[in-house]
Design a protein around this ligand. Structure first.
Ligand SMILES: C[S@@+](CC[C@H](N)C(=O)[O-])C[C@H]1O[C@@H](n2cnc3c(N)ncnc32)[C@H](O)[C@@H]1O
Length: 212
């Protein structure tokens, strides 16, 4: 048993999330929801930071959306960006089943376009979860920093790309983008960040309050 399997055993009896995974599989959608231990971490971070406005980039079937929404207060809101209408529909159905349907809005289309729209509208957020197309992670990070309230948390999933990020022989566009993203999360002067190396890697950073 590896450390992740050991840790996941304590999180196994979540019937709702198990049903979400099953519905995703039944529809032939990819099994790429966030790992259980990191899903629990998202819930904890949203609750601990008292985040009221949460932005998710990449919804799939709503697994991580439920994890994020579980950390919200009743007044909190989740905005979720998803490319595919049918994925957003399933995610909304699952969030509704979980009791959060009235707290979530979906924006369907290219995330970069939705982010530009949110910026033009002057929207700001307390928490960001980046989990869509890997080539655009650095773009999404820059938008997140621009849309961030001071002290906001940014998390990005799959930062190891199943080992490709660490393999010097792999240099495709997604790998290069992820290396840049990881470097920025850990070294950008606007952030305090690190990489958690379990599962497929999760980078987490706090946006520093802006200097006057
Ligand atoms: C890894 S899955 C998200 C998993 C989800 N966060 C979870 O843990 O339950 C990535 C999602 O990003 C979406 N996606 C891919 N490219 C996108 C883009 N350019 N804009 C918005 N969403 C995109 C995919 O359709 C897919 O649903």
């Amino acid at each position: 048993m590896n450390p992740e399997e050991y840790a996941d055993r304590f999180l196994e009896n979540d019937e709702l999330l198990a049903r979400v995974q099953q519905n995703i599989a039944d529809r032939g959608m990819p099994a790429i929801s966030i790992a259980p231990g990191y899903g629990r971490l998202l819930t904890m971070l949203v609750a601990a930071t008292k985040a009221e406005q949460v932005l998710e980039i990449g919804a799939l079937g709503g697994y991580s959306g439920i994890c994020l929404a579980r950390g919200l207060s009743p007044e909190g809101r989740l905005t979720s960006l998803e490319l595919k209408q049918d994925y957003a529909d399933l995610a909304l159905a699952h969030l509704t089943e979980a009791g959060f349907g009235h707290q979530v809005e979906f924006k369907v289309g290219l995330a970069a376009e939705s982010l530009e729209q949110l910026k033009q509208e002057g929207r700001t957020f307390d928490f960001f979860f980046i989990d869509a197309d890997k080539e655009n992670y650095p773009v999404y990070l820059e938008y997140a920093i621009e849309l961030a309230n001071p002290g906001a948390i940014i998390a990005g999933d799959n930062t190891f790309l199943r080992g490709r990020t660490l393999n010097p022989d792999k240099n495709g566009p997604s790998v290069q983008a992820m290396r840049r993203f990881n470097e920025l999360m850990a070294t950008d002067e606007r952030l305090i960040g690190t990489i958690l190396p379990a599962y497929d890697g999760l980078a987490v950073a706090m946006v520093k309050p802006r200097q006057p």
